[in-house]
Design a protein around this ligand. Structure first.
Ligand SMILES: CCOC(=O)c1ccc2c(c1)NC(=O)[C@@H](C)N2
Length: 116
C-alpha cells in the first residue's frame, strides 16, 4: 500500500540526515548562522541553510527523494565556502563535510533505488 511504500523512504531520509549530522563534529552546521553574531551574513548569502532547518523540512515532508535532501546539503556547504575565507576553520570543516557527506549521500541514493 502507499503508506507502507512511503515509510521506508522517510526512514532512509532520516537515517541519512542523522549520518550527515554525526559528521558535523564541530557542530557548526547544527543551527542557522546567528545573524546577530554575523550581521553581514545576508549581504553575501541569499538562502541560508542548516541541519535543523533540513530536519524540519524532512519531518514536514518537503523532501521527496535523497536528491532533494542533497540539494539543501550542497546549499549549506556552498554558503559556508562562500562566506568564510579559505584559512578559516569554518571553510576547512565545510570541505571535509562535503567529502564525507558526498559518500553518505551516494550510498543513500543507491539504497533508495532498491526501495523502488
Ligand atoms: C557565536 C558565534 O557563532 C558564529 O559566529 C558562527 C557559528 C556557526 C557558524 C558560523 C558562525 N558561520 C558559518 O558559516 C556556519 C557554517 N556556522
Amino acid at each position: 500500500a502507499l503508506e507502507l511504500k512511503l515509510t521506508p523512504a522517510l526512514v532512509l531520509l532520516r537515517s541519512t540526515l542523522d549520518q550527515l549530522q554525526e559528521k558535523d563534529t564541530a557542530k557548526i552546521f547544527t543551527l542557522p548562522v546567528n545573524l546577530s553574531e554575523v550581521p553581514d551574513y545576508l549581504e553575501f548569502i541569499s538562502q541560508p541553510m542548516d541541519l535543523s532547518t533540513m530536519r524540519s523540512k524532512l519531518e514536514g515532508h518537503a523532501y521527496c527523494s535523497i536528491a532533494d535532501l542533497e540539494k539543501d546539503f550542497d546549499l549549506m556547504i556552498s554558503n559556508c565556502l562562500k562566506y568564510n575565507s579559505k584559512d578559516t576553520m569554518f571553510h576547512k570543516a565545510a570541505l571535509q563535510l562535503q567529502e564525507v557527506g558526498g559518500a553518505i549521500l551516494r550510498h543513500a541514493h543507491r539504497q533508495s533505488q532498491s526501495i523502488g
